[in-house]
Design a binder for this molecule. Structure first.
Ligand code: G6P
Length: 615
């Protein structure tokens, strides 16, 4: 987590840094700060607790001139979120300033050693240890800043993306990466750096994604230099950035979350485009096609993910087992990586991650690779660590997701899983051509159905949200394909509205949660027409019999469950295996409108961050 951004060139750095921090605020917003090297070489650090807007107020009227600067927005790991622990951190002499995304694991040992050398520390952070270590190496070895950074990093264990500036050097920033993302943007005689490309896109489309163990020297008007920790020159792979600035703005919506919910007809279409032919109904996913033998000979498929991506993976499990009859297990990446799982080279591991930077997911992938498994990545961010660490993969192509609560990435992930399942089922001849074409067509029809839902449901759900905004708890129930949707609906509500919500398989209610039912406990029941409809209807009856308040999500022409319910949300119908997409839309809107009705900061809920690059 944490976002870092930097600029060196001829422009005034401050506006670039602030705009960049706003773009990266989804990565954390406990505190923010920046360091500038001014025209006369002076190095100034400005930082404060709170969001980037607090930082803007804080520097109002202060001198923020300078064309070399680094900035940071923090998601606290070491030390509480306050202005002392905020980045950048000065070295003891205030000659060097550093920003850092990640964790230095051996900070305590290094700190002890530096204290013995007379260093004093103001903050509780691991970052202050690193900046002082760099200064120590620089002074002891009388070496260049680059060599000092190299020397310090050789002693460091952990994950980091760092940027370093020094007093008197208004033309240079040194950056380095190990397991945390870092992109360098190359302009005309100027450089940009950031945790992802969003702060860079309006200035240049030439970017370099630094690799682990690389240090880059960004010097104004000089070519980019990249070396490894042993000072050997590294090849520089300049990529063209494919990103549209309008995707990074709210486009008239009050929040990114609402914008992203409403984008889904387009993002699902973008995900299908070029992969599912509207003429032949054939599905072509090159990452799957080119490695079909790995999937087809798989002893089993293991899917690893976190958060919302884990919920999408549960739907992926249903799809692949249902259509392909290949055994699938879904694991929390954070559990999988530490529980000594039994793996073999005949296993296929699918890693699912919107950001492609989640530390636990990346660690789970390394474990799988070490065991010889074939590792397939499903992610959104182009060039992300998951994409690079995979043997093959598939992007969901839903565009930048800015809201911390994931919406369009979830439906994109489900769409990709549906295409993977169709491809494998077809190759294995586990489904008939008729069924294959029926499902392909249903996938192609999804964007229009989602649009119809958004057109008809937005206003009524806003009204419904007003009625439930003061609830303290919620239970979401569903069965089969809809159980993961219940989990995801409950997670969305928790994340943005801070209302406690649990997702349950509907039939499990009677094994515990039913004890909670009374008139203050609303139950959101998903009861769409599938093989389990009647059974879910009985579960709804059980709730009603105990005085519970039921909001049901039912089909447009539902008669039974809607009558039992206090409120019914009606959705269009498609094949049951694609219904998770249509059912998740109203649940996203419901969570959004409750949070908005409560006046909460929907896009940046407390304590959360979009990209969790620490374990
Ligand atoms: C964080 C985000 C969630 C996301 C999860 C996994 O918790 O707030 O929205 O689902 O990380 O992230 P990933 O990028 O790996 O999908």
């Amino acid at each position: 987590m944490c976002g870092i951004v930097g600029y060196v060139g001829d422009r005034n750095a401050y506006p670039i840094l602030i705009k960049g921090l706003h773009r990266l605020e989804y990565r954390g917003y406990d505190s923010a700060g920046f360091a500038l090297v001014g025209k006369n070489g002076e190095l100034n650090v400005y930082k404060c607790k709170g969001k980037v807007s607090a930082l803007e107020n804080f520097v109002e009227g202060k001198d923020v001139e300078g064309s070399c600067g680094i900035a940071h927005t923090r998601w606290a790991t070491h030390g509480e979120p306050n202005s002392v622990n905020a980045h950048p951190h000065y070295s003891c002499t205030e000659n060097i300033a550093l920003i850092h995304n990640g964790i230095i694991e051996n900070w305590a040992l290094l700190k002890k050693a530096l204290i013995r050398e007379g260093y004093e520390f103001k903050s509780e952070t691991d970052t202050e240890v690193l900046v002082n270590l760099i200064e120590y190496v620089r002074n002891t070895n009388k070496c260049s800043l680059l060599d000092a950074v190299r020397g310090a990093l050789k002693q460091v264990i952990g994950a980091y993306a760092i940027a370093v500036v020094e007093k008197g050097r208004e033309d240079e920033i040194i950056v380095a990466r190990q397991s945390s993302p870092l992109v360098v943007g190359i302009g005309e005689g100027e450089y940009f750096l950031a945790s992802d490309a969003t702060p860079i896109v309006e200035y240049t489309d030439k970017v370099v994604y630094l690799q682990d163990g690389e240090i880059a020297v960004l010097t104004k008007n000089k070519p980019l230099r990249v070396v490894n920790f042993d000072n050997a020159e590294c090849p520089i792979d300049v990529k063209k950035l494919e990103m549209n600035i309008s995707e990074l703005e709210k486009g008239g919506y009050k929040h990114f979350m609402l914008k992203e919910i409403h984008e889904q007809p387009k993002t699902i279409m973008d995900c299908l485009r070029g992969r599912l032919s509207p003429d032949s109904y054939d599905v072509i996913l090159s990452g799957v096609r080119d490695n079909a033998y790995r999937f087809l000979s798989a002893r089993r498929i293991i899917i690893v993910a976190c958060g919302t991506s884990w919920h999408a993976s549960l739907i992926g499990e249903h799809l692949i087992e249902d259509l392909c009859r290949i055994p699938v297990e879904v694991e929390y990446a954070s559990e999988f990586r530490y529980r000594n799982p039994v793996l073999s080279p005949e296993d296929v591991v699918i890693a699912v991650s919107q950001s492609g930077e989640t530390a636990d997911t990346l660690a789970a992938m390394s474990l799988a690779k070490a065991a010889g498994c074939f590792v397939f990545g499903i992610c959104n961010v182009i060039g992300s660590s998951v994409a690079r660490a995979s043997d093959a993969g598939c992007y969901i192509h839903v565009g930048p997701e800015i809201s911390v609560a994931s919406t369009k990435a979830f439906t994109g992930q489900v769409t990709v899983f549906a295409m993977i399942a169709l491809t494998l089922a077809n190759t294995l001849t586990r489904i008939s051509r008729d069924r294959f074409e029926q499902l392909s067509k249903a996938l192609l029809d999804l964007p229009a159905l989602v649009q119809a839902e958004l057109d008809t449901l937005d206003a009524p759900i806003k009204e419904l949200a007003e009625k439930f905004k003061d609830s303290r708890d919620f239970i979401y129930i569903g069965r089969g394909y809809e159980f993961p949707v219940a989990l995801e609906g409950a997670l969305k509500l928790k994340e943005v509205s801070y209302i406690h919500a649990d997702g349950y398989p509907a039939a499990e209610m009677k094994h515990g949660p039913i004890a909670l039912i009374d008139k203050t406990m609303p139950v959101l029941a998903i009861a769409i027409p599938d093989a389990l409809y009647e059974k879910t209807a009985s579960n709804v009856q059980e709730v009603k019999a105990r005085g519970g308040v039921v909001i049901s999500v039912v089909s447009n022409d539902d008669e039974m469950v809607s009558k039992m319910s206090d409120y019914a949300i009606r959705v269009p119908v498609t094949d049951p295996c694609l219904m998770p997409v249509l059912v998740s839309i109203p649940l996203q809107l419901f969570a959004y409108y409750i949070a908005d009705a409560k006046g909460l900061d929907v896009d940046q809920p407390r304590n959360l961050a979009k990209s969790v690059t620490v374990e």
